[in-house]
Design a protein around this ligand. Structure first.
Ligand code: CIR
Length: 269
């Protein structure tokens, strides 16, 4: 009991209590979203049902979820995490590298204006996807990936510094986005797969290694003392329960077919 109280207080102090989330219902065009995974085409009705379950999981974590309507013009627009970075001080509209996703940001700007007084923007030639940005307290790790380039990362670091936060870059070579392979699951603790298990960048953290065959299980969401995990990774789930985590498992098989994980499907702030 004492321990829980202390943990709760710490979360509030470190500004990591979340109250809101933004999601976007997938459109039928989801079936033509970008993908490198060879897991087949998502089944739309199943994707819709999984999206509802995902929203319910966020609500169980105490979040007010704003549900944006489907945008058929953008097959990947349900992956809202990529189009903005939401911090306690400001929001940043990104500049997705994929041509078919570049236009997704326009619809997010007015939505964020309802919540934020300060909104910044990544400018050309910078490209940056939110999936490459992992926040740990006031510091933001930025993956240099096939989607996020040096100019985009440098712009983000400069913006963060202006608002009293910091950023640094991490090379990403094996996975789509930084958070595909590494996410924070507890204070000073990261769940990491592949190239991030032994990465020098994260040597000050306790690393919970995810075995290669379960690597899609590395993308978790830590919210308000709970942890969202994709279903189907019993070894990861066991590891997290051993750490004392309160787990909520969510099936996102249809989104995994498009290289999407749990974090991709929402903005949380
Ligand atoms: C894409 O390739 O952009 C989408 N099919 C998947 C985006 C996943 N987003 C994320 O990891 N943040």
């Amino acid at each position: 009991e004492k321990h829980n109280e202390k943990a709760a207080r710490k979360e509030i102090e470190s500004n990591s209590m979340f109250t809101k989330a933004i999601v976007r219902t997938p459109g039928r065009s989801l079936t033509s979203g970008l993908t490198a995974a060879k897991l087949g085409t998502p089944v739309y009705q199943k994707a819709l049902e999984q999206h509802r379950q995902y929203i319910a999981a966020l609500e169980r974590c105490g979040l007010d979820v704003l549900i944006l309507e489907a945008d058929e013009a953008f097959p990947d627009s349900t992956f809202v995490e990529d189009v903005a970075i939401v911090t306690p001080k400001c929001a940043i509209i990104t500049r997705p590298a994929a041509a078919s996703r570049r236009g997704e940001t326009a619809a997010m700007l007015p939505v964020l204006e309802d919540f934020y007084s300060y909104i910044e923007k990544i400018q050309p030639p910078g490209t940056l996807d939110g999936g490459d940005v992992m926040q740990v307290d006031q510091h933001f790790y930025i993956g240099l990936s096939s989607r996020t380039n040096r100019a985009g990362a440098d712009q983000l670091i400069e913006i963060l510094q202006r608002y009293g936060m910091t950023g640094s870059t991490v090379p990403v070579t094996e996975v789509l986005h930084l958070k595909t392979g590494v996410t924070q699951v507890a204070e000073k603790t990261l769940l990491a797969a592949g190239e991030f298990i032994a990465s020098a960048t994260f040597s000050d953290f306790r690393i919970l290694p995810v075995p290669e065959e379960a690597k899609s299980g590395a993308n978790c969401i830590r919210i308000n003392g709970k942890l969202l995990l994709s279903t189907g990774f019993p070894e990861v789930s066991r590891q997290l329960v051993d750490q004392g985590a309160e787990l909520i498992e969510v099936d996102i098989s249809e989104y995994a077919k498009l290289d999407g994980g749990l974090t991709c499907l929402s903005l949380r702030f």
